[in-house]
Design a protein around this ligand. Sequence first.
Ligand SMILES: NC(=O)c1ccc[n+]([C@@H]2O[C@H](COP(=O)([O-])OP(=O)(O)OC[C@H]3O[C@@H](n4cnc5c(N)ncnc54)[C@H](OP(=O)(O)O)[C@@H]3O)[C@@H](O)[C@H]2O)c1
Length: 212
Amino acid sequence: MPQLRVHNFCISLDGFGAGPDQSLDHPLGTGGERLHEWVFKTATGLAMVGGKGGTTGIDDEFLALGEQRVGATIMGRNMFGPVRGPWSSDPQWQGWWGPNPPYHHPVFVLCHEPRESIRMEGGTTFHFVTDGIERALERAHDAAGDLDVRLGGGVSTIRQYLRAGLVDTLHLSIIPILLGRGERLLDDGLTGYRTTRFVASDEAMHVTMTRV
Ligand SMILES: NC(=O)c1ccc[n+]([C@@H]2O[C@H](COP(=O)([O-])OP(=O)(O)OC[C@H]3O[C@@H](n4cnc5c(N)ncnc54)[C@H](OP(=O)(O)O)[C@@H]3O)[C@@H](O)[C@H]2O)c1
């Protein structure tokens, strides 16, 4: 049965999935970009942004795993971009990823402001969902068919799906840095998961948890 999976969601040692003060210049909040530095050292991470080379090994393996058998993605509006409030304040905003985003499937963006879907190059279409997490999941599963749905982030979105008990697999990449402030992921007393894989590279501790 198709699953809802979180992959390569990075948190700092002190538990933050984004630093404070997200903005156009600091998509991951102040200091938060350090959470993703390892991604762009790997072959898979570099290929996603049109680059070549990069490392193979544990980190690359986990990144590649996150792409496999995924037919749709769900994300929160803050992960989609820096625009807050009415979309009309910046109608041109089409996500951080340029004209050909690295999804290549339907992406469902949770938000409170309705907006027309945006068809991008390479098979990605952004759909804006204003009627809640369950409806977004339903639409994502419908779009993905036999494939799984990936829950991309950010923090608030993953927390909601965890609280609702809807996440089947939660893979966290724990980065050995301290952010001190920002958006914390695991503050809701999460239970009902067991660790099914734990391995560390020079860059990250990878912990995979599966819903019991
Ligand atoms: N560490 C990682 O690996 C990783 C991965 C992905 C993203 N991130 C980072 O995480 C940060 C974003 O996380 P975040 O917690 O600030 O926000 P988020 O989860 O991306 O988005 C939250 C926003 O989405 C909308 N939303 C969420 N749930 C909703 C619901 N049930 N109904 C309607 N709208 C809903 C709301 O927007 P409105 O009310 O404005 O409509 C809400 O303010 C960014 O800095 C991003 O770069 C980190």
